[in-house]
Design a binder for this molecule. Sequence first.
Ligand SMILES: Cc1cc2nc3c(=O)[nH]c(=O)nc-3n(C[C@H](O)[C@H](O)[C@H](O)COP(=O)(O)OP(=O)(O)OC[C@H]3O[C@@H](n4cnc5c(N)ncnc54)[C@H](O)[C@@H]3O)c2cc1C
Ligand code: FES
Length: 262
Amino acid sequence: MFLEKGQVLWNKKLCSSYFKLGLKLSGSFYDAKPGQFVMLRIDERIAPLLRRPFSVYRIIEGRKGVEILYRVVGEFTGILSGIREGECVDILGPLGNGFSLPKKDSRVFIVAGGIGVAPLVFLCSYLIVEKGYDSSTIKVFLGARSKDDLLCRDDLSSLGLEVAITTDDGSEGETCMITSPVEAALKKARPDMIYACGPSGMMKCLSEMAGDYGVACQLSMETVMACGFGACLGCAVESKDANKYLHVCKDGPVFDSRDIRF
Ligand SMILES: Cc1cc2nc3c(=O)[nH]c(=O)nc-3n(C[C@H](O)[C@H](O)[C@H](O)COP(=O)(O)OP(=O)(O)OC[C@H]3O[C@@H](n4cnc5c(N)ncnc54)[C@H](O)[C@@H]3O)c2cc1C
Ligand code: FES
């Protein structure tokens, strides 16, 4: 775990409330694995707020730093969106346990809801570019509220991935929850592993489906976090074992779906 000041290389608005933040960092962050996250903090004179967690979305080419994909939802992300190139952000990481990789040639479903796509794009690119997995064995399901919330389609198609799209309002793809095409695909042929990140309702539904169809499933969970490394116990989620809590920052954020009680 490293604490650094990352210089902002870019902070680009994508569409509606989504941004990509590129941070120049030393080598310590380049070994980040898909599913790991960082805690960001802005100069306390501007934003006297606790650090906030964000998934690593990409290691910048030439190992210059890391990129974060974020959505403006509140005070911190609002201030972050105004940070300019050349300014600095405190970054702590890489933190948590990332995704466990599937065996080579496994069939994999990747299920992303909204901004939950960020760690999954990193996973796809890591599997295909770094580890040489065949893109035809990976099927991506990308769901969002509306077409403006469908992110990273170019990243996914440039990796040669087949992507099924749904929106809640029907502005693009099928008009349904992303779990509908996932279930239809499960009925046809079961994958060896499901990887998912998204809203809690989607994760609960996938956890149940994975149980029903007997498919292994790894979920990247989101909770509110204060420290990011196990000190404050503020990120607890209920484990399937009675009376046991798991801490998303330290035990996760990626969990086997069988370990979480929704
Ligand atoms: C491991 C992890 C990885 C994450 N990765 C990303 C990422 O890659 N990109 C991204 O945009 N966001 C990510 N998040 C969520 C991000 O941390 C929050 O959106 C951010 O902290 C909000 O801060 P804020 O001050 O702008 O909003 P706040 O004012 O703190 O909150 C605004 C609203 O968002 C809700 N909220 C805040 N934090 C969370 C959370 N963690 N989960 C669910 N709802 C929340 C609040 O309840 C409130 O309704 C991640 C969270 C975790 C735990
Ligand atoms: S955020 Fe502090 S223990 Fe997890």
